[in-house]
Design a protein around this ligand. Structure first.
Ligand code: SAH
Length: 190
């Protein structure tokens, strides 16, 4: 396949805007793959603020970071991303280069613990305000499960109504794949 798949495209978007020394957010640490990717992009001079409400996710993420010698530049919060506004230091507000969210449930974990529309939208609202000009929020939307369908609908409604003078809002998806494959919504601050 010559077009980028969903996860490579999500990473490409982040890579375009995140440099060494930057501050970024992983809104859903999960198994820590994106936290590690971001930690490597920002390097030791940068900072990743990573959130997950599940202890197992925070532990897995920490282990992965330690394995790759990348824990020093990461702050892990076992807290909901909807609390980011109060937890991310004030000097980062207005200077954030990027953020990523993988919505849905933790792969291999408890499928009843999922991201929810209200908290996801609050986090996006607050984190959008933290972005610097040109900064990007990337959302990978998993919508195969029942809760995910509602979250997808509310998310699309919310981002479609962001004023075009405030942000560029993009969707990237394969239209002919079966079984509700994940797709990307990205918001770039103007
Ligand atoms: N569905 C994706 C991975 C999603 S992981 C995939 O298949 O690859 C989603 C993570 O979000 C889970 O680890 C879950 O614990 C976490 N989560 C759920 N609600 C959250 C919240 N309010 N704040 C932060 N993390 C949350």
């Amino acid at each position: 396949m010559n077009v980028l798949g969903i996860l490579p495209f999500a990473r490409q978007l982040l890579q375009n805007v995140v440099s060494k020394g930057d501050s970024v957010i992983d809104g859903t640490a999960g198994n820590g793959h994106d936290t590690l990717f971001l930690a490597q992009l920002v390097g030791e001079a940068g900072r990743v603020y990573a959130f997950d409400i599940q202890e197992t996710a925070i532990c897995k993420t920490k282990e992965r970071l330690l394995e790759h010698n990348a824990l020093t530049q990461v702050t892990l919060f076992q807290k909901g991303h909807q609390e980011a506004n109060g937890l991310v230091p004030a000097n980062v507000h207005g200077n954030l280069a990027g953020a990523i969210f993988n919505l849905g449930y933790l792969p291999g974990g408890d499928k009843s613990i999922v991201t929810t529309p209200e908290t996801t939208l609050k986090a996006i609202h607050d984190i959008f305000l933290m972005l610097k000009k040109g900064g990007i929020i990337v959302l990978v939307v998993y919508h195969g499960h029942e809760e995910g369908k509602k979250e997808k609908a509310q998310l699309l409604d919310y981002v479609s109504n962001i004023n075009q003078t405030d942000g560029h809002v993009l969707s990237y998806q394969f239209l002919n794949q079966k079984n509700n494959p994940p797709f990307i919504v990205a918001i770039e601050k103007r």
